[in-house]
Design a protein around this ligand. Structure first.
Ligand SMILES: NC(=O)c1ccc[n+]([C@@H]2O[C@H](COP(=O)([O-])OP(=O)(O)OC[C@H]3O[C@@H](n4cnc5c(N)ncnc54)[C@H](O)[C@@H]3O)[C@@H](O)[C@H]2O)c1
Length: 363
């Protein structure tokens, strides 16, 4: 079996998407090591696996000297999800921090090449697509992979770093034979999502009974929110089936206006509120939806969860796990533009990290 006992590394494995990927890899029998500095990831996302001795957890910063080499050394496949990343507010307002991903990705890719790993799978983004193509919400546009090309026009430093990451991996595959795949995730949502991204922010606003209910932008902007379980299955298929650094979209082809998603959240949660549009706040591209035919062809992948069902599941999770609206109210505004985790349920001091510290004694 492809995954049975295979030693894999998930960088950023304590994150929202990373932790779901870890769940799936553990279920497939892989030997999973997670490295995460917990700068935005949450220890509680992986603590169940740690307690059950199912994964090895290394709390360390991959940009510190020697860390990438140390954690990648004995791995077969590296899923690289660690990034200085947040929602729209963060990506628009923190250019230097997002630019640091150029260094982070470069260090991970070089370490993977030095270690002779079998493959690197990179969490890329819809942010690599040219901004100028995505400005008219009335246009029925599906972003095909080949639309990323000259004149490049990525979305902020965050998008440029993802684009450089993809291009670096393709060059490494071509010139140095390092196998790789890049997965362009499109606006992911689901259980364990954080309030810095639009869907969870909408749900949080409903949870705290915000009225007037704020919507950033005009509400007309189009997105194709994609359920985290589908993102994970596509990422694993890419690891199995792509070798040459090809970048593939992982996203639904459902075109949804932000305002319609908001209305569904209000309806499902039984809230009534006046909508206050905030066109002065970060909005992002006005028309971003993937074409997923390449993923269907290369991976045999297709999304299985439509937005309404995924939204209901995510609302059920959020309302089922949060108990105190005052608590959410106290951090929501900051969470929309920053990336600190709102709460760390398990004190991270329990796992101090010199350069590289692991929760397993045999590591
Ligand atoms: N959420 C989305 O909609 C979306 C869309 C496109 C791409 N992505 C990409 O998917 C990946 C996961 O994103 P996410 O939304 O789950 O959450 P996230 O942005 O919080 O994940 C990043 C993880 O990397 C860790 N990290 C950051 N810098 C690190 C460093 N120097 N060393 C070690 N660990 C570090 C963080 O603590 C966190 O756990 C990221 O690469 C992100 O760019 C996410």
């Amino acid at each position: 079996m492809f995954w049975d006992e295979r030693p894999v590394l998930v960088t950023g494995g304590a994150s929202f998407i990373g932790s779901h990927l870890v769940d799936a890899l553990v279920a497939k029998g892989a030997r999973v090591r997670v490295v995460d500095n917990l700068s935005s990831g949450r220890f509680e996302n992986v603590s169940g696996h740690i307690r059950a001795d199912q994964i090895e957890f290394v709390r360390a910063d991959l940009t510190d000297p020697g860390v990438a080499d140390e954690v990648i050394r004995d791995r077969s496949i590296v899923f690289h999800l660690a990034a200085d990343h947040g929602g729209r507010g963060y990506v628009d307002l923190h250019q230097a921090a997002c630019g640091s991903n150029l260094a982070l990705d470069g260090m991970v890719f070089l370490a993977a090449k030095r270690a002779g790993v079998d493959k690197v799978v990179f969490a890329s983004s819809g942010c690599v697509y040219p901004n100028h193509l995505q400005q008219d919400p009335r246009e029925i546009l599906y972003l095909r992979e080949e639309l990323v090309g000259p004149p490049y026009d990525a979305d902020n430093m965050y998008g440029w770093a993802k684009l450089m990451g993809e291009m670096t991996l393709r060059a490494y595959a071509r010139d140095w034979g390092l196998k790789s795949a890049s997965c362009r995730y499109f606006t992911v949502y689901g259980e364990r999502g954080k309030e810095d991204h639009a869907v969870i922010a909408m749900i949080a606003r409903a949870f705290i009974r915000q009225d007037p209910f704020e919507v950033w932008g005009t509400g007309e902007q189009i997105r194709n929110w994609t359920y985290v379980g589908d993102i994970v299955s596509g990422t694993i298929l890419a690891a199995e089936r792509i070798d040459d650094g090809t970048a593939v979209n992982l996203g639904t082809m459902e075109r949804t206006r932000v305002i319609d998603a908001v209305r569904e959240v209000l309806l499902y949660t039984g809230r009534h509120a006046e909508i206050r549009l905030r066109p002065d706040m970060p909005t992002g591209p006005l028309n971003r939806v993937a074409d997923n035919s390449l993923a269907r062809r290369l991976l045999g992948w297709e999304p299985t969860v439509d937005l309404i069902s995924g939204l209901h599941r995510t609302i059920d999770w959020y309302f089922g796990t949060k108990s105190d609206p005052d608590d959410v109210r106290s951090y929501l505004t900051q969470a929309l533009t920053e990336r600190k985790p709102a709460r760390q349920a398990v004190p991270i001091e329990l796992h101090p990290a010199p350069a590289v510290a692991s929760t397993r004694s045999d590591a």
